[in-house]
Design a protein around this ligand. Structure first.
Ligand code: PLP
Length: 259
């Protein structure tokens, strides 16, 4: 039997199983990849929010990464919650030195408003992490945090994409899901522009959406798809996952990976 594509997530753990490392590994399994994990932080978390977060030492993150990459090897890497400037810089250096595409989800604040990245880390995201990204996948809050551009329309998404491309990622995927109307995303490398549209789904159980999308893109890249192909397939996967999102606990439930 041939080995499945190997995909690595570098992200935080969500004890509730809806987002972070847990969402990443579920997505990778559902899409036929072998998922591996470098844990950057542990959160105590459920459907109501994040009750606590503890980052791991930089040495522990580096050691996990080397263990995986030096023996098993990776065909794509996805990064999520990186918590601090020190971890952002270490991870940027690690992925910059690895010959595999990197999908960077610049995780800032959770849907409940809990901060997953120190404000002091934003500069390191801009100057160290973004230049190492094959694709960066911010939502509109993260766009505003990173560029100062407050997107209120589709033309604003173009302006935001240009501001992010200036930091050096190969592609930018601006997720416009927080605007009203259809869920519209803009994928661009500065020369080509792809608009991805999906009908807005009336489901509040969307915990883990961003992690799922970025992981699905990483699987597509590991399978040898181009960035536009991988993003289009990932958008289809996440739309199905949101459609199946279900209530769990007393708050916002997770997207579904078994549909
Ligand atoms: N917890 C962890 C560890 C995450 O990485 C993320 C998102 O990337 C979240 C929580 C937030 O997920 P959501 O905003 O979908 O609720």
């Amino acid at each position: 039997m041939s080995a499945p594509p190997r995909v690595l997530t570098v992200a935080g753990s969500d004890s509730g199983g809806g987002a972070g490392i847990q969402a990443d590994l579920k997505t990778m399994l559902a899409l036929g990849a072998h998922g591996m994990s470098v844990i950057t932080a542990v959160t105590a978390q459920n459907s109501l929010g994040v009750q606590g977060a503890w980052e791991l030492p930089v040495a522990a993150v580096r050691a996990q990464y080397r263990s995986v990459v030096d023996d098993i090897g990776v065909q794509a890497v996805k990064t999520g919650m990186l918590a601090s400037a020190e971890l952002v810089e270490a991870v940027a250096e690690l992925i910059g030195g690895t010959d595999a595409p990197a999908v960077v989800d610049p995780v800032g604040v959770s849907k409940h408003g809990d901060s997953l990245l120190a404000a002091s880390a934003l500069d390191s995201v801009r100057t160290a992490l973004l230049p190492a990204a094959t694709v960066v996948t911010p939502n509109l809050d993260e766009v505003a945090q990173l560029t100062g551009v407050r997107v209120e329309s589709e033309s604003g998404m173009r302006e935001a994409a240009a501001a992010l491309l200036a930091y050096g990622p190969a592609w930018v995927l601006i997720k416009g899901g927080h605007l009203s109307g259809d869920a519209v995303d803009l994928l661009t490398d500065g020369a080509r522009e792809h608009w991805l549209r999906a009908p807005r789904l009336d489901n509040r159980h969307t915990h883990g959406t961003g992690c799922t999308l970025a992981s699905a893109i990483a699987v597509g890249l590991a399978q040898g798809r181009s960035v536009p192909e991988a993003v289009a397939a990932a958008k289809e996967y996440v739309t199905g996952a949101i459609a199946g999102g279900f209530a769990l606990g007393g708050g916002i439930g997770p997207v579904d990976h078994g549909w």
